[in-house]
Design a binder for this molecule. Structure first.
Ligand SMILES: [Zn+2]
Length: 423
């Protein structure tokens, strides 16, 4: 039989809309598992109903708040921005209208207002927040996410891959370093996997990256975001791995460089308060422009800052380092201009703008065993082999690999194990 589920919504004014098909199931009745809705049916149904209900409610709210609260004048619309509302029954993509501020409000405050922001300030449904918090307090977060995905229609979302370069001392040429690339692939709905390789040693680095993502369920048309430190080798690794991929400069790395520059500017302020304040406000402006995706103007500000620092004359001891950092920052922003996004907008839409673990991945994968501080030297091959073991140990795939090599390890049936031993 065919089961069709219709949805009909009556608005606050009592107007009833047309009935709309939200889900349909073909139901044979032959075996016990045919009876009733299956888990997948239930998830599809909940997600479809949720999408429609949330959209209608968001539209109703926006309509109700279209006019100025003070004088009742209808405010002009200035487009909309995307909002991802995360609910227990799936994530819902919404367009949040942006309205011009009413003339009666005078000159103070923001130029536009977004009514939906008042209804959905955190972009997460309180119940989802509650369940995530409750389950994550009982089991590790990844396990909590798996639990949620088992029973609820949490969507197959974007895969975010954070990649970073790191350096270790070369065994063959003790004055030189060579580059390691490490990273973490983080699907929204699955446990993360680590990846590590030695640049130049691994002959098929793209293949290695692709394989990790494929094992996490990468689909041909899946949205993939690569968040990187902007390094040339790391960036080239992300090219052509999958068609629907975008390359984004990780906000963490921008913020980190700005923080270093701010520290120098504070040092300048100790010698010349006015000059220091001016540089700090210039840096603040640059950060604001970058956060809002205005790469073109941010580039100009970064160039201005470089010139301003170069022109400084004072006995601040770190002036040389400050000038070098400002120069590097200007080049960094320029060479990564194609990978700058509107970070603020993405952040408000609940999307990842930083792998957040950027540094911690490098540390987790590299530091301890590679003994950065002790300046241990490595061969490329040795480093590569250790990275393969280390990344697998981190994401829990080392044991299955050993079990494939040594089938006896996988045998937890005592009788069989005895037979293996006897043989
Ligand atoms: Zn008004």
């Amino acid at each position: 039989m065919r089961v069709c589920i219709l949805l009909q919504i009556t608005d606050d004014a009592g107007m009833t809309g047309a009935a709309e098909e939200v889900a349909a199931f073909e139901k044979p009745t032959e075996r016990p598992e045919d009876v009733g809705l299956l888990l997948a049916d239930g998830k599809a149904l909940l997600a479809a109903v949720q999408r429609r209900v949330v959209k209608v409610q968001a539209d109703t709210w926006a309509g109700r708040h279209r006019c100025c609260e003070s004088c009742g004048t209808r405010r002009r619309c200035k487009g909309s921005y995307p909002v991802l509302f995360r609910t227990l029954y799936g994530d819902v993509q919404l367009a949040s209208p942006r309205l011009h501020r009413c003339a009666c409000q005078g000159g103070d405050g923001p130029a536009t207002v977004s009514p939906l922001r008042d209804l959905l300030p955190g972009h997460v449904a309180p119940e989802r927040l509650y369940l995530e918090a409750r389950w994550a307090s009982l089991v590790p977060y990844a396990a909590a996410a798996d639990l949620l995905a088992d029973v609820l229609p949490v969507p197959e979302g974007r895969i975010v891959v954070g990649l970073d370069g790191g350096y270790v001392r070369d065994w063959d040429d003790r004055k030189a370093n060579f580059e390691l690339i490490v990273g973490r692939s983080m699907p929204e709905d699955r446990a993360p996997r680590y990846i590590g390789l030695v640049h130049g040693y691994d002959q098929k680095p793209k293949r290695r990256l692709f394989e990790v993502m494929r094992q996490q369920g990468l689909q041909a048309n899946q949205d993939v975001t690569f968040l990187t430190d902007g390094g040339e080798e790391v960036r080239s690794l992300t090219e052509l791995v999958t068609p629907e991929a975008e390359h984004v400069l990780d906000w963490f790395h921008i913020a980190m460089r700005l923080t270093v520059l701010e520290q120098y500017a504070r040092g300048v302020a100790h010698h010349d308060e006015k000059e220091g304040e001016r540089l700090l406000s210039e840096l603040g402006r640059t950060k604001w422009l970058l956060w809002h995706g205005n790469g073109h103007r941010a580039r100009q500000h970064a160039d201005d800052l470089r010139d301003d620092v170069k022109a400084l004359e004072m006995d601040y001891p770190h002036l040389g380092k400050f000038a070098r950092s400002a120069q590097e920052f200007a080049v960094y922003i320029r060479s990564n201009s194609g990978s700058l996004i509107n970070y603020g907008e993405r952040f408000r839409a609940g999307e990842r703008i930083s792998s957040a673990m950027a540094e911690s991945t490098v540390n987790a994968v590299v530091s301890k065993r590679f003994a950065k501080r002790q300046q241990m030297q490595w061969t490329r091959r040795g480093a590569h082999m250790l990275l393969q073991t280390r990344t697998r140990a981190l994401d829990g795939t080392l044991r299955p690999l050993f079990e494939r090599w040594y089938p006896g390890l996988a045998n937890d049936n005592p009788a069989t194990a005895d037979q293996v031993n006897a043989a």
